[in-house]
Ligand binder design. Structure first.
Ligand code: GLU
Length: 284
């Protein structure tokens, strides 16, 4: 089986050293396996993505010495595929429309009878206010949520996945998925587009990705992706969650830390090999 991996940035800011590490590592692993390396632009959130950031991604990655196959998949061009997956899950009876705002969720989750509010990978675990609503009543202004308990119970066995670096507590169990993750959003009300969890799973399957190489920051998303793959009948790739690049205070780099932007290192005269050695990757 050919090794196929991808780097999937969202053009919501400048690429920093952490992105360079992730992209170079995936590229190196694909080269070592004589496999394929794809670039995917995760731009469903049009309120935060810009063409300028997308152009900068191509420029920075090319400068780093990466090459990728074309045409590139841009998620904003692929919305019909996400909607079909959504309708499929809806027809299975696993989805419901939700009109709650963040404020509604905060208030409902902190009601005295709820106990201490639980935080999951996407923030507060949804308290279930709209769970009674039928899927067919979805309107333009609704988000769409997965009924997690139903989703888990619709599977004969909970899938597991080949991975490296995952804490045992993050393996798929009914309790973790229903209580620790909850009814996640699969289509957003603000952008009216597929949420990250759905688009990433649809695209990894459509692009025959065999190895997902991404940071430890996404480790809590992986059980959700593996569950969605099982529900949609997709294969599960091998996951490799790599170390995160931190600043001198030990803080994970974020897109707002422009001081670490690859573009800035370039302007200051750094070479691609300098970047490799800054993130402790082999330089030869
Ligand atoms: N688009 C995501 C990000 O920029 C990465 C998605 C993934 O690797 O699964 O954080």
């Amino acid at each position: 089986m050919t090794f196929i991996t991808r780097f999937a940035p969202s053009p919501t800011g400048q690429l920093h050293l952490g992105h360079a590490f992730s992209a170079l590592l995936a590229f190196d692993m694909a080269q070592a396996a004589k496999g394929r390396f794809l670039l995917r632009i995760e731009d469903t959130d049009k309120t935060r993505c810009t063409d300028a950031f997308e152009a900068q991604i191509y420029a920075d990655l090319a400068w780093l010495g990466l090459t990728w196959e074309t045409p590139i998949l841009r998620q904003s061009d692929n919305t019909t595929a996400y909607e079909s997956a959504l309708v499929h899950l809806g027809d299975m009876g696993l989805l419901y429309p939700c009109s709650c705002t963040r404020g509604d969720i905060r208030r409902a989750a902190s009601a005295p009878q709820e106990g201490a509010p639980m935080h999951g990978p996407d923030g507060l675990v949804y308290p279930g206010t709209c769970r009674h609503r039928p899927w067919k009543d979805r309107t333009e202004t609704d988000a769409v949520r997965l009924n997690m308990a139903r989703a888990v119970d619709s599977l004969e066995i909970l899938p597991q996945y080949p991975e490296t670096g995952v804490h045992p507590a993050l393996r798929l169990t009914r309790a973790h998925l229903t209580d620790g993750v909850g009814d996640i959003v699969l289509a957003r009300r603000d952008t009216k587009t597929a949420a990250y969890h759905l688009s990433v799973v649809v695209d990894d399957a459509a692009q025959d990705i065999t190895h997902v190489i991404r940071g430890q920051d996404l480790v809590t998303a992986t059980p959700i992706h593996v569950l969605l793959q099982a529900l949609l009948g997709y294969p599960t790739p091998t996951y490799h969650h790599h170390r995160l690049i931190r600043d001198s205070d030990g803080k994970r780099l974020a897109k707002r830390d422009d001081a670490r932007a690859i573009a800035l290192f370039r302007q200051e005269g750094a070479t691609p090999l300098d970047i490799r050695s800054m993130v402790d990757l082999p330089t030869s």
